[in-house]
Design a protein around this ligand. Structure first.
Ligand code: BYC
Length: 328
């Protein structure tokens, strides 16, 4: 198994017998559906798990701006450009809500960003793939944001208050993102044969990486059991991946495209699709930092951060000036 970046101090799921009275009371609140707020007592491992997941999620949002940023200057119409810009800007906002939610747990945004820039932090594997054609803007909105919605709608009900509230707004915006992606695909599929081929090519390249977004299979998912006990996760990785397939295949059929999976088959008994094996070797390589664009993504983020230093300093100087005036 590839390395865990954060040691939460837990090697197995804690049963009620393993817990102190305080931990038992905490688990009881979770089981009753009570939201945990930043000032409430919480087990250190719960706090660390949240910092890990929320910060990885925040990093994914801001690194996730990069593949689409590549197409802002080349969008085919002014309208498409305005929509794409708005979507990318939304992702920056999602990063902000999430870093803020992480900060309520006692970590600083600067420290989290240091980890990202130093390659110590994870972010979603999906953003290490290149966006090489305009059709990729359609596939990303539709499949990547579509997967994000499937993963994040349950998180609106997760046990940690600031994270769950951030997710409500994020999910509303993701719905617009997925819709605009599908709209691009629809336009291409109703266009010339070459345009439809572009759409098929984008689907072929983004389908499997999108399924990898849900994380390793349940048998390999080291964090799932404890996170589910704490209601940080509500559904398993495989369950959400299956929902993605079931929801998306009819949309692919409507576009008149082909699912790039020879093993995909409707299973009458289960009432769900059976589908082929994800290439987990590829997933692990990408998560280890060896995907097609990992180095480029981190270098671009670092440069954006360094280039923005003067602006952050300006903001702080402005805030200090106002504070001094108020104090005088
Ligand atoms: N890529 O035990 P597991 C978006 C890591 S943003 C990289 O199952 P967990 C969007 C995992 O972190 C998309 N790493 O972990 C943005 C863990 O490593 P550590 C991001 C992955 O946490 C802009 C290890 O593998 N969404 O959609 O229980 C534009 C073992 O996995 C990946 C979120 O972050 C991956 N795909 O479950 C458009 C949602 N998968 O930390 C769209 C919130 C797994 O032990 N996060 N790993 O070293 C989650 O729901 C969960 O963290 C995951 C993983 C389902 C992702």
């Amino acid at each position: 198994m590839y390395a865990q970046m954060v040691e939460t101090g837990l090697s197995k799921v804690r049963t009620l017998d393993d817990m102190s009275p305080q931990e038992r009371a905490f688990q009881a609140r979770i089981d009753e559906g009570v939201k945990i707020e930043p000032k409430d007592w919480m087990p250190e491992a719960y706090r660390k798990t949240l910092v890990r997941q929320i910060s990885q999620h925040a990093h994914s949002e801001i690194v996730g701006q990069l593949p689409e940023g590549n197409w802002v200057t080349r969008a085919p119409t002014l309208e498409r450009k305005a929509i794409l810009l708005a979507k990318i800007q939304d992702e920056a906002g999602h990063g902000l809500y999430l870093y803020s939610a992480a900060e309520t747990l006692g970590v600083s945004r600067d420290a989290l960003l240091d980890d990202l820039h130093a390659g110590r932090a994870k972010y979603s594997s999906i953003f290490n793939y290149p966006a090489i054609s305009w059709a990729d803007m359609g596939a990303i909105g539709w499949l990547v944001d579509g997967s994000a919605i499937i993963n994040q709608i349950p998180l609106c009900r997760c046990s940690f208050g600031p994270y769950s509230r951030a997710m409500v707004r994020v999910c509303k915006e993701e719905s617009f993102h997925a819709r605009q992606g599908y709209d691009i695909m629809l336009a291409l599929c109703r266009g010339t044969p070459e345009q439809k081929q572009m759409a098929q090519d984008a689907l072929n390249r983004w389908w499997w990486p999108a399924l990898m977004m849900f994380g390793p299979s349940d048998t390999e998912s080291v964090n799932s059991a404890q996170s589910m006990q704490w209601r940080i996760k509500l559904f398993s990785n495989d369950e959400l991946r299956q929902r993605m397939v079931d929801q998306t295949v009819p949309q692919i059929e409507y576009l008149g495209l082909t699912v790039p999976d020879p093993d995909l088959k409707w299973n009458e008994q289960r009432g769900r699709y059976d589908f082929g094996q994800v290439n987990w070797d590829e997933f692990h390589e990408v998560v280890r930092g060896n995907g097609p664009c990992n180095r480029e993504r981190i270098a671009t983020r670092k440069k954006a951060y360094d280039d923005g230093q003067w602006f952050r300093e300006g903001l702080v100087a402005h805030a200090d000036k106002h504070q001094a005036r108020r104090a005088a």
